[in-house]
Ligand binder design. Structure first.
Ligand code: ADP
Ligand code: MG
Length: 237
């Protein structure tokens, strides 16, 4: 599961791009967006306008997962199940059943949760075996991240990793002294550092592919490699 506490930290963007990087390693990856009313992964993954059924339809049993899932036209082997605009109810039991059902088909399922500690977060906690906390390096996001980290631990999730996103060249300007301070505030091990990048923002906003030659794509590949247990550098030039 991908969580944050605070909104707008980059959960959906990184769910798609790290999912894409895992897919580029040969995995079959599904990103399911658990954010009722707000949909964005279809756009980021270049599939805007192609969504007929959504997470709400699948969890309510109105449609088979196989019918609702759409492959990204930008990133081969990356599949999407977008959030419902309305009528979506995310519950732990139906989400767990859904994840169990798709496990034979996908190597990795990324549950892109909504901000806060509501139903999407609680349901994902029940279904996931690992949590990625996507946080921006600012005091409020980090403090919220700590709350989320504690909530995850309370629910038995001991494998929580911190992904610091939208990192500027110098951290001082955002009220945070160092990456160590981020790690200490949140209380989770670091799995990656993603720079603030116009390339990432543009790709997400225009629904176009992250250029293969870009530093941003190398960063995504490195995070994907570490998620698979490889020892790659944390800071990519
Ligand atoms: N590393 C980054 N560099 C620049 N902009 C980013 C980065 N990550 C995310 N963004 C931008 O931040 C905004 C919020 O991202 P989004 O993925 O929608 O956040 P969330 O899902 O956590 O609400 C979007 O405009 C997105 O393009
Ligand atoms: Mg989102």
């Amino acid at each position: 599961m991908v969580a944050s506490g605070k909104g707008g930290t980059g959960k959906s963007t990184l769910s798609v791009l790290i999912g894409a990087a895992l897919a580029a390693r040969g995995e079959r990856v599904l990103v399911a967006e658990l954010d009722v009313g707000l949909r964005s992964i279809d756009h980021i993954a270049g599939a805007a306008g192609q969504i007929v059924y959504d997470v709400g339809d699948v969890l309510a049993g109105r449609c088979d997962a196989a019918k609702a899932v759409v492959e990204s036209p930008l990133y081969p082997d990356l599949y999407l199940l977008a959030a419902p605009y309305t009528n979506g109810r995310i519950r732990p039991d139906t989400l767990c059943a859904f994840v169990q059902g798709v496990r034979p088909v996908f190597d990795t399922v990324l549950l892109d949760t909504a901000a806060g500690l509501g139903a999407p977060f609680l349901s994902a906690c029940a279904a996931a075996n690992r949590a990625l906390l996507v946080l921006t390096p600012d005091p409020v996001a980090l403090r919220d991240g700590r709350t989320v980290c504690d909530a995850l631990a309370l629910r038995g999730c001991t494998d929580t990793r911190l992904l610091v996103n939208q990192t500027p060249r110098a951290l001082e300007g955002c009220g945070v002294r160092s990456l160590d301070e981020c790690i200490d505030t949140v209380g989770a091990r670091l799995i990656g550092v993603v720079p603030f990048s116009d390339v990432i923002r543009r790709a997400g906003q225009t629904g176009t592919r992250l250029p293969v030659q870009s530093r941003a794509w190398r960063v995504m590949r490195a995070v994907a490699a570490r998620l698979c247990g490889e020892d790659t550098p944390l800071l990519i030039r």
